[in-house]
Write a protein that binds this ligand. Structure first.
Ligand SMILES: [Fe+2]
Length: 486
């Protein structure tokens, strides 16, 4: 029997609820009453915040699980809400969202072309502009005191404008599997400590290396000052920012109200990003070559690769304001999510109302999503104006890596510290963190991944380049037919 140096596939196995009672315990666990000194909510964990007399609006999609909805309504009502109303895209926009499948990973570049990529104002859930439509609804329905919407991110907050105080949290719980996820119940103090330990080495990094068995191999170096600036801004709960450019670009600082006079850090990364998945789904293996952060060549990728190559050819004269060279696509995102119990959803992988049906898998701790596109150097207004003048879109698109090793050379030494080793967060094996975990449960259980994807030849039987890389969806479907985990 073959022996692999990566942990074997496994998957979470939640049972579809068949009654409201099946959902009540989780609804209670996720319900928080608002108090004045409330802790900040995160982009990954849904929290149902309620105060007495609330009239709450939950913006959802047509496949909303009815038992989840009933349980959450019941628990929010017990918590003091006078009304809980689920509202659907049709009521807000006059039309139903489309359905998507992870078979169409190429769509992510099409969304970019339509101006609906990550980092722009489109909502992540449906791409229909639900945040904007909800604010219009609130103009004529001022009686609603709180709204739950979308999956995360600053996009909704910005779109909410004058109603932003009503934005109470996210609503990714149309899907029962996601609602039941134990990832949401991870003890928050432990989560915070884990993230602190992941980020600490960034401040001391002089070089960074990202490698992955699917073929990624990227390197960059940093000055001491750049490393500190990166470290100071890298924390976003549940979604750590592991690329210095993404957190020092003007658009990020502008949002946080920081001083935008300091130019962004371009780490001048060199190397190749390779993989088979993005937020939309899967595609034939792609290789993206970067020189000094700039995407210079794309190999493979099927329709996804074709779309990227076409855009590069069409817009070969683009030089984003403030950037040191021409180029449409730049490495501008290396995010590490940290939800230990998150997983690849099986219930709606091939039929979802989410414009990004493959988004959930990237939430799992240790999975990287790397993105290329552009970020506003100074402010979003200037970038938007440039887009209008040049007939081009901003935002970025992705490749996921499941078994990455992310290591930093500590300044003044030859020592490389592995923050993530073959997909495993080093923090999860840290004796002090494990001791802390013991206060909440068994460390082995709490700090264990529920889901590890199958990659033939890498962590299970088969040949990666023959059985998987040309058509990952076909491979996953075959495994489903054989009753194997995906
Ligand atoms: Fe991103």
């Amino acid at each position: 029997m073959a022996v692999y140096s990566y942990p074997g596939p496994r998957s979470a196995d939640y049972k579809k609820p068949s009654s409201v009672d099946d959902c009540i315990p989780q609804a209670r666990a996720l319900t928080a009453k608002l108090v004045p000194s409330d802790r900040p909510t995160g982009p990954v964990v849904p929290e149902f915040r309620v105060r007495k007399g609330d009239r709450l609006l939950i913006v959802t999609v047509p496949d909303q699980d009815k038992y989840v909805a009933e349980a959450v309504t019941q628990v929010l009502t017990e918590g003091g809400a006078e009304e809980v109303r689920f509202i659907y895209p049709k009521e807000l926009t006059g039309r139903d969202p489309e359905r998507y499948s992870v078979e169409d990973g190429w769509r992510e570049v099409a969304l970019y072309e339509e101006g609906k990529a990550s980092g722009t104002t489109a909502d992540l859930l449906t791409g229909m502009g639900l945040a904007e439509a909800t604010t219009t609804f609130l103009d004529t329905h001022p009686e609603y005191t709180g709204v739950f919407l979308d999956v995360a991110g600053g996009n909704s907050t910005r779109a909410f404008g004058k109603h932003r105080d009503k934005l109470r949290g996210t609503w990714p719980c149309n899907n029962w599997e996601w609602f039941l996820s134990r990832a949401h119940n991870f003890p928050l103090p432990l989560w915070e400590e884990m993230e602190r330990r992941i980020l600490e080495p960034l401040a001391k990094a002089s070089e960074v290396r990202i490698t992955d068995p699917e073929g990624t191999n990227i390197e960059f170096s940093l000055t001491a000052e750049e490393a500190i600036r990166w470290y100071n801004n890298a924390f976003v709960r549940g979604h750590l920012m592991m690329n210095p450019f993404q957190v020092t670009a003007g658009e990020f600082h502008g949002r946080l109200g920081y001083d935008v006079r300091t130019p962004p850090v371009f780490p001048k990364a060199n190397g190749v990003l390779a993989g088979t998945a993005n937020h939309c789904g899967f595609f034939p293996r792609i290789e993206l070559y970067f020189e000094r952060d700039r995407l210079v060549e794309v190999k493979g990728g099927g329709r996804y690769g074709d779309g990227i190559r076409e855009l590069m050819d069409k817009h070969n004269d683009i030089q984003w304001p403030g950037y040191h060279d021409k180029g449409l696509f730049w490495l501008c995102d290396t995010a590490l999510c940290t939800a230990v119990g998150a997983f690849r959803r099986k219930s709606d992988l091939f039929e979802s109302y989410w414009v990004y049906p493959n988004l959930p898998e990237r939430s799992r701790a240790g999975v990287f999503h790397l993105g290329f596109g552009s970020r506003a150097y100074r402010d979003e207004k200037t970038a938007d104006q440039y887009c209008r003048e040049h007939g081009v879109q901003r935002g970025h698109i992705h490749v996921h890596n499941y078994f990455a090793t992310f290591e930093v050379r500590l300044r003044g030494t030859d020592y490389w510290y592995k923050i993530v080793d073959k997909g495993q967060l080093a923090a999860l094996s840290d004796p002090e963190l494990r001791a802390m975990a013991a206060q909440y449960g068994h460390p082995d259980e709490l700090l264990k991944y529920d889901w590890i994807p199958p990659l033939p030849g890498i962590n299970c039987e088969g040949d990666y380049l023959k059985d998987y890389a040309p058509d990952p969806t076909a491979y996953l479907k075959k495994r489903i037919e054989e009753g194997k985990t995906i």
